[in-house]
Design a protein around this ligand. Structure first.
Ligand code: ATP
Length: 269
């Protein structure tokens, strides 16, 4: 569905993406993992059109979209959940959700908007309960759910998720990842950029390791979870992991199994 070819983008003289190429198929969760500053957020912003590209191509179903406006890309079904959520604290949950469908407000009308809100909230019972609460009064986990729900209001084909677990307590992190894994079941393709490599690899069909604006490694989520180099550098397992001490491969296997249990059968393949 989405193909990124030799993409270059950055900020002024800072060349962040240096010829990155990757793809996301329909109904697939594709994770991007990498150290701070490797370019994950920059890639997410380039895909949704918030950052202009210098060269290379972004193709949606084979058509180039890299010069389209963010609004035009929304119209094609690409929705982004930005890092830091960026929900409007002074508006209610319901109002934030309606903002998500702003570009479709005339087509949907009042009835359509209410119906879409109800459909989206089916994935988020906690939001439904608090639909008249101010977004600023929600817990961190609920705010992240609201940011995801808002993006779903346009019925996207591709959801670009940037650091959805940032700043959340471990129990909420597991809940957010379980929710993301569940969204794919509805036929959505997901490009997931995350610091939490362990969780994102566990739910990803495929993943790319990004280093200095390029793809350094790629494979299935399961293959990268089991890759000793990835384990050492990004999962805090093994000799070289900063602060992790020496953990054996069997310890790693235990962690992966535990995660599979948290996420439920079938999520961690
Ligand atoms: P993080 O997890 O820390 O967000 P990341 O992999 O998402 O890491 P990016 O946010 O894409 O990385 O940043 C890539 C590089 O671009 C970094 O060196 C960062 O300092 C730089 N950068 C990011 N945003 C800007 C900006 N608005 N202006 C200038 N440089 C920027």
């Amino acid at each position: 569905m989405l193909a990124i070819e030799e993409l270059e983008a950055g900020y002024g003289d800072a060349r962040v993406l240096q010829g990155i190429s990757l793809g996301v198929a329909a109904h697939e969760i594709v994770a991007l993992i990498g150290a701070n500053g490797s370019g994950k957020t920059t890639l997410a912003r380039a895909v949704s059109g918030l950052l202009p590209v210098n060269s290379g191509r972004i193709l949606l179903d084979g058509d180039p979209i890299e010069r389209l406006s963010p609004r035009a890309r929304l119209g094609l079904g690409i929705a982004q959940v930005p890092e830091g959520r960026q929900i409007v604290f002074g508006l209610t949950v319901r109002e934030n959700l309606r903002l998500g469908a702003y570009t479709q407000r005339y087509r949907l009308g009042e009835r359509g908007l209410a119906q879409r809100t109800a459909e989206v909230c089916r994935h988020f019972p906690a939001l439904l309960e608090r639909r008249d609460a101010l977004a600023g009064n929600l817990s961190g986990g609920q705010q992240q759910m609201l940011a995801i729900a808002r993006a779903l209001m346009i019925k996207p084909r591709l959801l670009v998720l940037d650091e959805p677990s940032l700043g959340l307590a471990p129990v909420l992190v597991a809940e957010i990842f379980r929710l993301i894994a569940g969204l794919r079941k509805d036929g959505l393709a997901i490009l997931l950029s995350e610091q939490n490599a362990r969780m994102s690899l566990a739910i990803a069909d495929r993943a790319y390791v990004i280093e200095k604006g390029r793809v350094a490694l790629e494979g299935t989520g399961a293959a990268l979870l089991g890759n000793p180099e990835v384990a050492e550098r990004y999962l805090g397992v093994g000799k070289g992991a900063a602060g992790a001490g020496e953990e054996s491969e069997s310890r790693h296997a235990v962690l992966v199994r535990g995660l599979a249990q948290i996420l439920g059968a079938g999520a961690a393949r």
